[in-house]
Design a binder for this molecule. Structure first.
Ligand code: SF4
Length: 244
């Protein structure tokens, strides 16, 4: 698993501080319930793409502020690589006559009727006349969830006040050596329904399915205190079976 590519375009998972329900935010060893369910687009996109079996991890993150298990991700290295890619892309778009909006300029929050908040921060929005693109820069191995992340941005931004309001957006994934186009036609009824169902499943009150496995637990930032089923040891090798 490529750890560089596990970092969302939004702030690194769990470092954000949305409002709690009034209880203290820093209580070592215990999680604190959020005032409202809160989701980053990057959490949703991994589930929409079927890359995460343990949906409970995202459900828990959306409902609680928790003491994170330290990540093995080299954040400084990731940030440097991502910033370099983003700056190069912005310069190329500006040279082509686009007006470019980057990162925090593109932050959005959608609040649904159920009180669930979905937040995102696309890397780039580029506008030139009637053309409008939302782009995300990826430094790691291409993943299916990258597409879903951009698709959700394409779905959300036309509803948000700003340069994309009311526009039909095309999307692009910017990798170090290639660019992948995502046409606006991908925003169809199936995508809308998948997004809606995923938001309600992960942001809803019913805990989502928990699937403990070494493959996912070893990259999960939820400790055994909050998830007693966490598996911290690799699957043992079985010998003397006589099968082959
Ligand atoms: S530690 Fe494992 S079982 Fe627990 S939430 Fe994380 S991935 Fe799921």
């Amino acid at each position: 698993m490529n750890r560089e590519n596990t970092r969302p375009a939004e702030p690194v998972e769990g470092t954000e501080s949305p409002p709690s329900n009034g209880r203290p935010l820093h209580n070592p060893g215990s999680s604190v319930e959020r005032a409202n369910p809160f989701l980053w687009v990057s959490w949703l996109s991994k589930i929409m793409a079927g890359e995460k079996q343990c949906e409970w991890a995202s459900w828990f993150r959306s409902h609680y502020i928790w003491e994170k298990v330290p990540s093995g991700l080299d954040l400084a290295k990731w940030t440097a690589g991502h910033t370099q890619l983003l700056h190069a892309r912005r310069a190329a778009l500006e040279a082509d006559g686009f007006t470019v909006y980057a990162e925090d300029q593109n932050s959005f929050k959608l609040m649904g009727e159920t009180g669930i908040e979905v937040s995102g921060k696309p890397d780039i929005v580029a506008i030139r006349g009637t053309e409008a693109y939302v782009e995300d820069c990826k430094t790691g191995t291409p993943r299916h969830s990258d597409h879903f992340q951009v698709l959700v941005y394409m779905l959300a931004l036309p509803h948000v006040d700003g340069p994309c309001k009311g526009r039909k957006l095309d999307g692009r994934l910017i990798y170090a050596s290639t660019i992948v186009d995502i046409p606006s036609s991908k925003i169809d009824a199936d995508l809308r329904e998948l997004f809606r169902k995923t938001v309600l499943a992960i942001g809803g009150p019913e805990p989502a399915r928990k699937v403990a496995s070494w493959g996912e637990c070893r990259y999960c930032d939820i400790s055994q205190t909050d998830c007693p089923e966490r598996i911290d040891a690799e699957t043992r090798v079985t010998g003397n079976h006589g099968l082959f």
